[in-house]
Design a protein around this ligand. Structure first.
Ligand code: NOJ
Length: 762
């Protein structure tokens, strides 16, 4: 189609869509960067911009909530009048095809320019089919799986009228007290970056913006930029005070990876970063994001993030806050109504330039074009597609596999697990989480139905149907209380069995946003039940449901097996039962360190050495960096997880003891399944830069490969070490690699010092 000349007459006759529909489709280029620079799109954006009043432009920069699943303070203003005046750029929490259509029709048919609305929603770990919470799924170290579940979530959401998700959350997390650790990929920047890329590509259908117009993709939003996970004392919304060195080396890489993977939007975080709240932080939003990283999409605040600049103490009032935000580089106000209320006046007073407004609107309109909303505002509204897409059996199957792939076997003394279906055994099923289906989806369950999720009890009954295993049941305790009778009944049930399978853990409300804890042990009522069961002398396998790493020191010392299952989602019971029965050999590996006690927090493997590093093997040597009342080491380190088989990583070889600048090295190692069952392990490559111009971590993950091996099988893994892999941000924040010695380990977790080698970068 040819580009039609635009006149006021056509505007009045048919709205802006008549112009837009007349534009030819974007030409040629395959990469999102060049697509976003496409003159054709720019021309389209400019032609719309030229029609807009200042008020309408500000409207595009405003997002309103449909008052559904509200996750923060509700703004008093109802957005309906704004909607009818064409002053709503985006709506969130409006879901289902009829619900979304109603609003879109008002925007398209009743407003002066008919600019379509972009509908967003928190599709965090599934839309209707709920997958394991993101931290759990990250424990699979399976990037293809994560891409696939994000793609399914996108397909379901896009079938139900949603075209924008506020995910992935890529905040580095070192403090399990913080409830939001459940939403991310854990503590490591290297793994976190790979997962950020996989999730963005999963949601958006690739790193190419062309896929965004498809009916099975959604626009992703990387969040929360920046360093939200560094909130002091694990308290949500709290201050992040961290050096530029730590910001750049540890916290920023996953956001950058998401930008490089083509993420179309970024969410500013609630927290302040070194004195300036992210929402007003020009350094982060403009200098880093736009200038250094070349981000071309748009930036949205978090929920009322602009209004919160007032209590932060950086803005006098909301008008001032809106000015700070837009001048910092924020494009859209999430539900705060500050832009819509004050920006016009600020422009008139010269406090905000109209060029800044145009710039923000351009970013938003460009994405609306890319998403195909101007071509067909109802493109993502099709009842039949919704009916035929949501919870397809194949999605449920992927969810079940994702559950099994995400659980982490932390302890398995005397091979208590698996519970073989063909071996006659009496198993007492006990615990508050055994029959629970309400908590298992975890926080941020989209449109998931908590009543529909499969409890562990149901999963076991199904998987062991017709087997030689006999189950008995007693609840024993709720998540927070027990009675002498409930404990006595559980003990009596345990006594009649050969072994006890106890399911305990957290309420889903104890993690997620604004859900932080100072005590991360199992609640006392649960610990009392465990202690009573221990007295029976029966072997105990504990299944832990939680939104965070818990402090499981007592449990580690007193039960025989521990299976960490997190909050696994819709197919919980089936996936866990697959693992307990041995149908699936667990292969999950921790992505966050498990502390022994809350006093060790923050605890993470890639720490600095200090000038007085303690030797865990000689803990009594004084005047070293350690505790008097606790070991220094974690209970379970980053990267750790057991299997029903055993693996060995041996014969690691470096292609050369030296590496020239700009050169490469290859490391190969043999990984063998030394046990009797097929299984998978994750071979992990760690590197230490021995001497740097700034101190370097004691170990850093620099490569990993999930290897599936038949019993007795050996495979060779190979990692390439490039100069880029050895580089870091120095004191001047330049990314450099420095000549000198490096130590390398190839093993199965971060505390595994096998295959130590060294090389020199010349
Ligand atoms: C606040 C949360 O911090 C953010 O992650 C979420 O996307 C928004 N609310 C919208 O629900």
């Amino acid at each position: 189609m040819k580009l039609k000349k635009y006149t006021t007459k056509t505007l009045l006759a048919g709205g802006v869509l008549s112009l837009v529909l007349a534009c030819s489709s974007p030409s040629g280029s395959s990469k999102w960067q060049s697509f976003s620079g496409d003159k054709n799109i720019e021309r389209k954006v400019d032609s719309v911009l030229a029609l807009m009043t200042l008020e309408e432009k500000i409207g595009q920069m405003s997002q309103f909530s449909a008052n559904w699943d509200v996750t923060g303070p509700v703004m008093p203003d109802d957005f309906q009048p704004y909607l009818e005046k064409g002053l709503v750029g985006s709506v969130f929490n409006a879901v289902t095809v009829p619900g979304v259509r109603k609003m879109q029709e008002i925007a398209v048919k009743k407003t002066r320019l008919g600019i379509p609305i972009l509908f967003g929603y928190d599709v965090i770990h599934g839309y209707k089919t709920i997958f394991p919470m993101p931290l759990a799924e990250a424990c699979s170290w399976d990037l293809e799986l994560m891409k696939k579940t994000a793609a399914i979530a996108a397909e379901e959401a896009a079938a139900d009228g949603i075209k924008w998700t506020f995910a992935p959350m890529v905040d580095i997390t070192r403090d399990p007290r913080w409830g939001r650790v459940m939403e991310g990929a854990g503590e490591d920047p290297f793994l976190g970056s790979a997962i950020a890329k996989a999730r963005v590509e999963g949601f958006q259908g690739g790193s190419d913006w062309h896929s965004l117009s498809k009916t099975n993709t959604v626009l992703a939003c990387v969040k929360h930029f920046a360093a939200y996970g560094a909130s002091e004392s694990g308290r949500d919304y709290n201050t992040a005070e961290l050096s530029q060195h730590t910001l750049w080396n540890a916290y920023l890489p996953p956001y950058k990876a998401a930008i490089d993977a083509g993420v179309g939007s970024v969410m500013a975080s609630f927290n302040e970063v070194n004195g300036i709240p992210a929402t007003a932080n020009k350094y982060l939003m403009t200098d880093v994001l736009r200038r250094q990283w070349g981000f071309k999409g748009f930036v949205v605040t978090d929920y009322t993030g602009i209004n919160e600049l007032v209590p932060h103490g950086i803005a006098e009032d909301e008008k001032h806050a809106a000015e700070l935000a837009v001048n910092a580089g924020i494009d859209m106000d999430m539900t705060g109504s500050t832009f819509i209320k004050y920006l016009k006046k600020s422009v008139e007073e010269g406090k905000v330039s109209e060029a800044a407004i145009d710039n923000a609107v351009r970013h938003i309109l460009e994405l609306k074009f890319v998403l195909g909303l101007f071509d067909d505002p109802y493109k993502f509204l099709d009842e039949n597609r919704a009916k035929n897409t949501i919870q397809k059996p194949e999605f449920m199957q992927v969810a079940r596999e994702a559950v099994a792939g995400s659980v982490v076997l932390l302890k398995n003394q005397n091979q208590l697990l698996p519970i073989e279906p063909q071996t006659p055994k009496k198993v007492a099923l006990i615990g508050a989480m055994m029959k629970d289906s309400i908590n298992v989806n975890g926080e941020w369950q989209g449109r998931g139905d908590r009543n529909q999720s499969v409890s562990l009890y149901k999963g076991l009954k199904e998987v062991y149907k017709g087997s030689a295993v006999q189950f008995s049941y007693a609840e024993g305790c709720t998540l927070t209380s027990n009675t002498p009778e409930s404990i006595a009944k559980a003990v009596a049930t345990a006594k009649t069995a050969d072994m006890v399978l106890v399911a305990l853990g957290e309420d889903f409300n104890w993690s997620g946003e604004a859900a932080c804890l100072t005590d991360i042990r199992l609640k006392e009522a649960q610990r009392q039940l465990l202690a009573a069961l221990k007295q029976t002398g029966k072997p105990i396998a504990l299944v832990v449901f939680s939104g965070r790493p818990l402090a499981l020191s007592w449990e580690d010392a007193n039960v025989d097996a521990i299976l960490q299952v997190w909050f696994p989602g819709t197919q919980s019971g089936y996936g866990i039962a697959d693992v307990l029965s041995g149908a699936y050999n667990p292969s999950g590996r921790l992505v966050m360190t498990f502390p022994r006690n809350v006093g060790q927090i923050p605890i993470y493997y890639n720490q600095k050495a200090t000038g007085r590093p303690a030797d865990p093997a000689n803990p009594d040597v004084d005047y070293h960096s350690k505790y008097e009342d606790s070991p220094l080491t974690p209970l379970y380190p980053f990267g750790y997880g057991l299997s029903y088989t055993t693996f060995a990583v041996k014969n690691a070889k470096l292609s050369s003891p030296t590496m020239a600048k700009g050169g490469k090295l290859t490391i190969t190692a043999e990984v063998s399944n030394t046990g009797k069952r097929d299984g998978a392990t994750v071979v992990q490559l760690y590197i230490r830069d021995r001497v740097g111009s700034v101190t370097r971590p004691v170990k850093e993950l620099k490569g990993f490969e999930r290897v599936v091996l038949k019993a007795g099988e050996t495979k060779t893994v190979s990692f390439e070490i490039t100069e880029e892999l050895l580089s870091f941000y120095n004191a001047e924040l330049k990314k450099v690699s420095e000549p000198g010695k490096f130590t390398v380990w190839v093993g199965q977790h971060s505390a595994d010092n096998s295959n130590e080698m060294s090389f020199e970068l010349k």
